[in-house]
Design a protein around this ligand. Structure first.
Ligand SMILES: [Zn+2]
Ligand SMILES: [Zn+2]
Length: 346
């Protein structure tokens, strides 16, 4: 086992310090676990139990169960038999005012008004988070994200659409009821810019996709592969910033999330459910975030080198002075052990 090793991320170029030697000093179990039990919010106080009764909730898209046939149909009309709702967020970080956000100058600084969209995707069941959804409902979450994304593409003002999920209070979820979020914003976020630059740089040097190469390399080594099917694969990255970090890739090289076909989304959905279920089971239901990294909404011909994917960050450690002061993340858990622990029968 390594005591500590600095590793450079192939895409972002960032250095990360893998330091499993530190874990021994901290008197931890051989694996990290969430402390205490998850607190379930009472149904009565849940703002997502009767979302259609509140006039301030604007329904954008609705997945409805057709009771007679069991089939699901999509509609923009609110329906009390909803399985999944896409709503405008009541407490948005950006506002949609149907206008263009322009770059302004404020002394030496640049500013832009926070205009865009903040949407919520809610699934019906109060207690079923992503791994506990039925296969069909889980796929509908990804489908709703894609469908909404395609609609948002018609807006002129957007540079990026961020799709993410916060599970648990330490991951930033202010409501217990499972929900997913989409923020459409007028600037390209720094992490995305980093990732795109790194991918472009690698493509220029090697004429291949950096993510496809990483997947090929990991598949040969096997030990960091957690789960795969025909369409998608989950692995613990060699350069993991966090303990039990997992990345899910569609196997087909695809820069744009919104162009993903249903059968590929179903493969990704199965892998995502499986991995989140394993994290829940093996690590005592930790809080986590997952998010999608995809090519930006503009300049469609520029990003054919990119490979969209999902990153999962369990909340098992805290950033401290060293991380804030340097940007070097310290990961006290060896990513080589993640797959083995998650796949173990115990
Ligand atoms: Zn609820
Ligand atoms: Zn690729």
């Amino acid at each position: 086992m390594i005591f500590s090793e600095l590793r450079q991320d192939l895409v972002s170029g960032d250095w990360i310090l893998i330091a499993p030697g530190r874990l021994r000093y901290q008197n931890h179990d051989h694996r990290l676990k969430r402390e205490g039990k998850r607190e379930r919010a009472p149904l009565k106080q849940c703002p997502f139990e009767k979302p259609l009764e509140s006039v301030s909730n604007k329904v954008i898209l609705n997945f409805v169960n057709h009771t007679a046939t069991g089939l699901v149909r999509k509609t923009t009309k609110p329906d009390k038999n909803w399985r999944l709702l896409v709503l405008e967020n009541k407490h948005p970080v950006v506002l949609n005012k149907n206008k263009i956000s322009r770059l302004k100058h404020h002394g030496p600084f640049s500013t832009m008004e926070g205009i865009g969209h903040a949407d919520l995707i809610i699934t019906r069941d109060h207690d079923r988070n992503f791994p506990k959804l039925s296969k069909r409902d889980a796929l509908h979450v990804l489908e709703a994200m894609r469908d909404r994304y395609l609609t948002l593409l018609n807006e002129k003002n957007l540079a990026y659409i961020s799709i993410f999920h916060n599970w648990g209070p330490t991951a930033g979820a202010s409501v217990y009821h499972p929900h997913y979020q989409m923020f459409a914003i007028p600037v390209l976020p720094p992490d995305i810019q980093h990732s795109l630059n790194g991918s472009a740089r690698y493509y220029k040097a090697h004429k291949t996709c950096v993510h496809c190469d990483m997947i090929r390399w990991e598949k040969r080594r096997k030990k960091r592969i957690i789960f795969e099917n025909d369409e998608a694969v989950a692995l613990a990255p060699f350069v993991s910033r966090n303990p039990f970090e997992v990345r899910v890739f569609p196997k087909r090289h695809r820069p744009y999330f919104e162009n993903t076909f249903n059968e590929e989304l179903a493969g990704v959905s199965e892998v995502l459910q499986k991995v989140l279920g394993l994290l829940e089971k093996k690590l005592g239901d930790p809080d986590y975030n997952f998010f999608i990294h995809t090519a930006p909404v503009r300049d469609k011909n520029r990003y054919s080198h990119y490979h969209w994917h999902i990153e999962i960050y369990p909340k098992l450690s805290k950033r401290a002075g060293f991380e804030f002061g340097t940007g070097i993340e310290v990961n006290i858990f060896d990513p080589d052990k993640v797959a083995k622990i998650l796949k173990s029968q115990k």
